[in-house]
Design a protein around this ligand. Structure first.
Ligand SMILES: Cc1ncc(COP(=O)(O)O)c(C=O)c1O
Length: 409
């Protein structure tokens, strides 16, 4: 097999650096993956495949960090979006898609009596902590160490220039550790507005971890006893594990929810949801953005949710994810790997690879052979994938396991 070449991608990357600090920023930077083994720019996509600017094609297991659920260029979603385009996109007031989508979400998602729209996951995680603060009259927010809730100042994990004081009302506990959570709750008793949790642990640079039932029970009980709210950040898992949301899937009694990414199959929209008792608090929070009213993503979201339901996409990605995980376990041929997380969004790591060096090599080799994995972030399976695609993936993986073994033995 001829290995992929990235000449045009890297020439464009050098050019990008002239105009954009770092060329490409965020986790999409090729520096973040395995430099030399991944493209820097993508030209087009279709279904579960993407083509880079050098013409190389990949089966994409990153799905734009989770937005692609039904497949790229999905005909029904794109037709709905196009129909709205034909009427124009962004208005001074909401489009007529506003009410149908709000109604659909409130009827579809658990524990949601109302919803509030935005563009990005960070918009809605910031919004719900503010609603929790208004509702409880308290300031403090509890987060799990290492959990990602977005790029806004109160929760961003990296970067300079954020005054410490802006994060001073955020306190951290160890995920899945009820005793540590109780310790932090006791330390800040009476000041806690809410706890924000991802449905399961899907932090970068580590195995995924499902919540222990004792931990979930402790979260629910402590929130009730101590009078703080449970905020479930379903931005990454939402619409992938269960159509009605992932909170109850794992047993959480959520007061406020956050969704984004997959909800419009790639069109930019996010949504916060909440229980009826929190409506008054929600009405007091200042929240807006110039593009929040753009109608195309609303039309796409309606079509996406309808299609997820009608096509059984969630069952399909679960089934395909299981095939992938089983296939990789087998292809590893004795090499110790850990496959973690729900099949719809699995992750693989090598057992004796704390710095992810083997994984970077393995994933880099896979990328140069047309399989787009990520060495330190969970992957995503989309519903356009077929059993033949999984077989192709596993065949490539078998070669990459052999190369990894050779390199690191
Ligand atoms: C769990 C979770 N919350 C929030 C966010 C932030 O979303 P966005 O990047 O759309 O602002 C992300 C993004 O990866 C996420 O995975």
């Amino acid at each position: 097999m001829k290995l992929y070449d990235f000449t045009r991608s890297y020439a464009l990357f050098e050019e990008a650096k002239r105009y954009v600090p770092n060329g490409i920023y965020g986790p999409r930077s090729p520096m973040f993956l395995t430099f030399g083994s991944y493209p820097a720019f993508i030209e087009r996509g279709d279904g579960c495949r993407i083509w880079d600017v050098d013409g190389n094609v990949y089966i994409d297991y990153m799905c734009s960090f989770g937005t692609n659920l039904l497949g790229l260029r999905h005909p029904k979603v794109d037709a709905a979006a196009r129909a709205q385009w034909d009427k124009a996109d962004c208005f001074t007031l909401p489009s007529d898609q506003w009410v149908p989508l709000a109604k659909k979400l409130v009827e579809t998602l658990d524990d949601s009596d109302w919803c509030v729209f935005a563009k990005n996951g960070s918009d809605v995680t910031s919004y719900v902590i503010t609603v929790a603060r208004v509702a409880t009259g308290r300031q403090d927010i509890l987060l799990a160490h290492g959990a990602y809730h977005g790029s806004h100042f109160w929760c961003q994990p990296h970067g300079e220039g954020v005054p410490e004081a802006w994060k001073s009302h955020v306190h951290y506990f160890e995920y899945n550790d009820a005793a540590d959570l109780k310790r932090v709750v006791a330390e800040h008793r009476g000041n806690i507005a809410g706890i924000m949790l991802t449905p399961h642990r899907h932090d970068a640079f580590r195995d995924q971890e499902l919540p222990a039932p004792e931990f979930v029970a402790a979260v629910n009980a402590l929130a009730r006893q101590e009078g703080f709210l449970v905020l479930i950040d379903d931005v990454r898992c939402g619409f992938r594990l269960k159509l009605s949301g992932s909170a109850r899937f794992y047993g959480y009694e959520a007061d406020l929810g956050c969704f984004g990414k997959a909800m419009a199959n790639g069109y930019p929209i996010a949504v916060a949801t909440g229980r009826a008792e929190l409506r008054a608090a929600a009405e007091k929070v200042y929240f807006t953005g110039t593009h929040f009213f753009s109608g195309v993503p609303f039309a796409a979201a309606i079509a996406t949710i309808d299609e997820i339901r009608a096509s059984g996409a969630i069952e399909k990605i679960d089934r395909m994810g299981r095939l992938l995980m089983d296939g990789l376990r087998e292809a590893a041929a004795g090499e110790a790997v850990r496959l973690t997380g729900p099949p719809a969004m699995p992750f693989m790591a090598f057992a004796d690879d704390p710095a992810f060096e083997k994984n970077r090599f393995f994933c880099g080799q896979a990328a140069r052979r047309g399989i787009f994995f990520h060495p330190h972030h969970n992957w995503f399976v989309c519903a356009a994938i077929t059993e033949a695609d999984i077989r192709q993936t596993v065949d490539v993986a078998a070669d990459c396991f052999a190369l990894t073994k050779e390199k690191f033995s």
